[in-house]
Design a binder for this molecule. Structure first.
Ligand SMILES: Cc1ncc(COP(=O)(O)O)c(C=O)c1O
Length: 380
């Protein structure tokens, strides 16, 4: 049998590689982005209750309606958005799937999509598997802001979409109001779609407001806005998320969704429909995680790493020029083997492997884990 790969440049992703290396060397895993502490017991109880109450069959294709209603209510409360739960919200198996489905709904072969790098690693393969081309623009190092002139220069008649991500993985940078107004000027009067990856909407620190596309009806009109419950409720393994998009776009999105997974795990949807009413559960997350960022940053002052600012997400990046001038990929492998701490090289988030010698640490861990990791990092 001969198979012509649709993704010839894709190998095993860096998270799998580094997590594998971490377990092989019994290293502390500050690489992949997931909490190592328990999620809410109350939410677990809601799932178990839903299962006992018989909510174990297929839910409707777009998602469990009380959950969609709770999401619409939340979008209105947080961002003043008027979202129709019937026609504008689709529950998905995670944020990554929502992004993939949005791309698949809109892209034709030969289309171009503007992607900011470093970029979450699913974006470019998602674009390419649809026969489209990713046009990568580097965020400006070291604060990783968007160069909007570069975006203007990259627009062509083939530009179908721009994908944005705020708070940003891997850098922890965030989009501000000025970025939104630049984006608005660029897309106004065009047929360019926006895919907005907002999986870290509640992980934003220092009182900075999250610039959700849901705040801006003119931008929302052309957008697929993607979210993840895994990130909000410390349960990344649940793989549950949703996409908010105007009815016309949602119609196309659901054509892809209904013949891919059709509908998501029902008990968690029922549980989240109840749990989402508890505003404090999602509003308290920023404070909780900001404390972790601050605690980790303080501990890291005892090491030779220099941390960069992080305003959101699970992540904070750092440089290691006082320790080595190795390529970041080589350095993280050595760090895992010799120091016993796994991290992620930021060059992995660039298609061409651009290496600013920056590595990413995940701080959504128990304080003991952060302490133990820094004890090891201090020794190198
Ligand atoms: C920027 C970004 N988008 C999307 C996702 C995926 O979310 P989910 O696990 O819900 O698919 C992640 C997870 O790491 C992420 O960092």
């Amino acid at each position: 049998m001969q198979l012509q790969s649709k993704l010839p440049n894709v190998g095993t992703n860096i998270f799998t590689v580094m997590s594998g290396l971490a377990s092989q060397h019994n290293a502390i895993n500050l690489g992949q982005g997931f909490p190592d502490f328990q999620m809410s017991e109350e939410l677990i109880a809601f799932v178990s209750e839903a299962m006992k109450n018989g909510y174990n069959q297929y839910s409707p294709m777009p998602g469990w309606m009380p959950l969609r209603e709770a999401i619409a209510e939340k979008a209105n409360y947080l961002y003043g958005a008027n979202i129709n739960p019937d026609t504008e919200i689709t529950i998905t198996p995670g944020g990554t799937y929502a992004i993939y489905s949005a791309f698949t709904a809109i892209l034709q072969p030969g289309d171009e999509v503007i992607v900011f790098e470093p970029a979450y690693d699913s974006y470019i393969p998602n674009i390419e598997v649809n026969g489209a081309r990713a046009v990568a623009i580097s965020l400006i190092y070291p604060d990783y802001h968007i160069d909007w002139n570069a975006v203007r220069n990259a627009i062509t008649p083939r530009t179908k979409a721009i994908i944005i991500n705020t708070p940003h993985n891997p850098t922890g940078s965030v989009i501000n109001e000025n970025d939104v107004s630049e984006l608005r000027k660029i897309v106004e009067g065009t047929n360019i779609f926006i895919i907005s990856d907002e999986v870290y909407e509640h992980l934003i620190y220092d009182g900075i407001p999250h610039q959700s596309i849901l705040r801006y009806p003119d931008l929302l009109n052309r957008s697929f806005v993607c979210f993840s419950f895994g990130k909000v409720y410390n349960c990344t393994g649940w793989k549950l998320g949703y996409c908010i998009a105007p009815a016309e776009l949602t119609k196309e999105f659901r054509k892809v969704h209904q013949f891919n997974c059709f509908s998501c795990f029902t008990p968690t949807q029922v549980a989240l429909g109840n749990f989402l009413k508890n505003r404090d559960a999602y509003l308290s997350l920023a404070g909780f995680m900001q404390e972790k960022r601050d605690y980790f940053s303080k501990l890291m002052q005892q090491t030779k790493f220099t941390l960069q600012p992080s305003y959101g997400s699970y992540f904070i990046c750092g440089t290691y020029e006082k320790l080595s001038d190795e390529a970041d990929k080589d350095f993280v492998i050595r760090l895992t083997k010799e120091a016993g701490v796994a991290t992620i090289p930021v060059s992995a988030f660039y298609r061409d492997g651009k290496d600013d010698k920056v590595i990413r640490f995940c701080f959504s861990k128990k304080n003991e884990t952060l302490e133990a990791a820094v004890e090891k990092l201090k020794k190198i």
